[in-house]
Design a binder for this molecule. Structure first.
Ligand code: MG
Length: 227
């Protein structure tokens, strides 16, 4: 099935870099430093669940170009605070600043990440296509020692294109100098990674709950058997 494949493209967040764990660690620290438990009258888990929901909604609006990067950054904590009847815009900006400064330096990768990349890099050209902000994504890639594994690193903000837009996959083919038949995309987001890649005529492997309908893996090291 993968005999024509020469180029493996990975998503970054929650596919290679453990966004959930790295982000949660920073948020937990800030929650305690700003004494948010008392101010919001809730525990970290409840706050975190609410924050993630609001953050996802704002990212959807950002992708639809209904809000810009600044709005997303400067309001997500405030909106989450408001959900708990707490309002402090200035503090929201401070939390935002600390969150943005700290979270890209998180060093947790998904289990088996390095082992899998060490294996694959001997046989394939590896690349990244990530939806995100360029300064943040570049810090993550460097802080975790991922940079040297990848030939092309396509960051959505740099090209004003986001997955699942077919154009970001076409751009990736041009940058990697390959054809769609030679490409496979691996990612944890069904819509942007899997539907996006499939729409561009690429093969794809979903990293998440195993399913009968689509090719999927539940651990990165499963790729060692597939390739
Ligand atoms: Mg992802």
């Amino acid at each position: 099935m993968y005999q024509n494949v020469k180029h493996i493209f990975f998503d970054l967040d929650d596919t290679l870099w453990d966004f959930e764990r790295n982000s949660s660690n920073v948020l937990q620290g800030l929650f305690s430093e700003y004494n948010l438990s008392a101010k919001l009258n809730t525990d970290f888990e409840t706050f975190h669940t609410t924050y993630k929901k609001i953050n996802n909604e704002l990212w959807s609006l950002y992708y639809k170009k209904e809000i810009d990067k600044q709005y997303l950054r400067n309001n997500r904590f405030n909106i989450a605070f408001n959900e708990f009847s707490y309002s402090n815009y200035k503090e929201n900006l401070e939390v935002t600043e600390h969150y943005l400064a700290r979270s890209p330096y998180g060093k947790h990768l998904k289990e088996g990440c390095m082992e899998t990349l060490d294996y694959l890099k001997e046989k394939y050209q590896l690349h990244i296509i990530t939806n995100g902000f360029k300064e943040v994504q570049n810090i993550k890639i460097d802080a975790c020692g991922l940079r040297n594994y990848f030939s092309c690193i396509v960051i959505s903000e740099e090209h004003k294109l986001t997955k699942p837009d077919v154009e970001i996959f076409r751009l990736a083919e041009t940058l990697a100098n390959c054809t769609k038949e030679e490409c496979v995309m691996i990612g944890d987001n069904f819509e942007s990674d899997i539907m996006g890649a499939t729409g561009a005529g690429w093969k794809s492997i979903y990293f998440g709950k195993e399913s009968q309908e689509i090719k999927s893996i539940s651990r990165l090291t499963d790729l060692i058997d597939l390739f």
